[in-house]
Design a protein around this ligand. Structure first.
Ligand code: ZN
Length: 369
């Protein structure tokens, strides 16, 4: 059947990969930005060219932008090479528009170029190449999912840990480019659709199901054993936080814990992570979910929900393992598996059981296993 379809087309012409374009919010807020670069072409909201003296400062002026003494409602900058925004270089085009919080700067560029820039923000391209390729596929899949989900929105992705960390093309290198090129157009699918390819730094020994973090069950985001990241001693973390400081943080999130005396860890789920905690104050005990506690105290302070609590004088001591929500691919685990000789396909099949490796745009994939 596939052969018949092939010949029913235009002979032996290979199908062209549709160039996917991604829109990434690189700056949200602030009064303005500085734009610089060689051979830049700037246009206003009507597509009319603007004459700029570079470098130029773009400032929000009410509901518009002020740029080089001209007032526009939107500025688009294109370049044959790269565009500098506040000193960082980006490929593709840059769009600046006013927003309630200041200026919104969106970088629009081919998906594959975005991925090359992203690799060294998320991991190191010096890691074994199969783990770089695995990272390229999950980042591409994650981006494609968001591009579909936010098709009508001003941008598809944040450039922070809220989505995927991305800082332009300053840290592109040949190994990052190789990881992207050798997996060109490949994404993970389930039921013919791109999966929600969540990933995290290190799981601490066992990955987490999506349901325990976001309350949504996804068949390809199951909890799997990961002894691979556990070979790295820095998966363990320790932290002491004064009770007074915790009280302020919790109150800031609307949880009344005046005279916070103690924090007790509660039940654990099947992956070993804490489900909830009890906050004991002069008003009695309040139970909150560990996921919410981590959000309130800070994702970089409480690195995972896999921790134990120990009381100390006027403070609480936390000791835990893992960094991140623990769902999907474990980056450090993938690194170790690649060092052990596993291919990126085997790594992906391990962390996303049941997902298939397919080719954009939406072709039937081959089983990643
Ligand atoms: Zn792991």
């Amino acid at each position: 059947m596939a052969v018949l379809l092939f010949f029913a087309g235009d002979g032996f012409t290979a199908p062209l990969l549709r160039q996917e374009i991604v829109r990434v919010a690189i700056i949200k807020g602030g009064d303005g930005v500085r734009i610089d670069g060689d051979g830049l072409l700037a246009t206003d909201e009507k597509g009319e060219p603007l004459r700029l003296t570079l470098p130029t400062q773009v400032k929000r002026a009410g509901g518009n932008l002020s740029v080089g003494g001209q007032t526009v409602s939107r500025l688009t900058v294109a370049s044959p090479a790269t565009i500098q925004v506040n000193g960082k270089r980006y490929r593709g085009t840059i769009e600046v528009e006013p927003s309630d919080k200041g200026v919104l700067v969106v970088n629009e560029l081919p998906l594959e170029d975005y991925l090359v820039g992203l690799i060294n923000c998320e991991i190191s391209s010096q890691w074994p190449i199969e783990s770089v390729k695995a990272q390229a596929v999950v980042a591409r899949t994650y981006a494609v999912y968001q591009m579909r989900a936010r098709a009508g929105a001003p941008y598809h992705l944040e450039s922070s840990v809220l989505d995927q960390v991305y800082d332009g093309c300053e840290i592109e290198d040949s190994r990052a480019a190789r990881g992207v090129r050798e997996t060109a157009g490949e994404i993970l699918t389930y039921g013919g659709q791109p999966i929600q390819a969540f990933y995290h730094s290190n799981c601490g020994g066992r990955t987490e199901v999506a349901e325990n973090v976001w309350g949504v069950r996804l068949p390809y985001l199951r909890s799997v054993d990961c002894a691979y990241c556990a070979t790295n001693p820095s998966i363990r973390w320790e932290l002491a936080i004064p009770l007074k400081k915790l009280e302020v943080l919790l109150k800031g999130a609307g949880i009344q814990v005046s005279g916070l005396r103690e924090i007790r860890d509660g039940k654990r789920n099947e992956s070993g992570r804490l489900i909830d905690l009890t906050l004991v104050s002069s008003r009695g005990g309040v139970t909150i979910s560990a996921v919410n506690f981590r959000k309130i105290v800070g994702y970089t302070a409480i690195k995972s929900t896999n921790f134990a609590v120990r009381p100390a004088t006027d403070s609480v001591h936390f000791s835990g393992t893992g960094y991140g929500h623990g769902v999907g691919l474990c980056q450090w685990g993938a690194k170790q598996r690649a060092s052990d000789g596993f291919s990126y396909r085997e790594i992906l099949a391990y962390y996303y059981p049941g997902a298939l490796l397919g080719q954009l745009p939406g072709e039937q994939g081959v089983d990643a296993r």
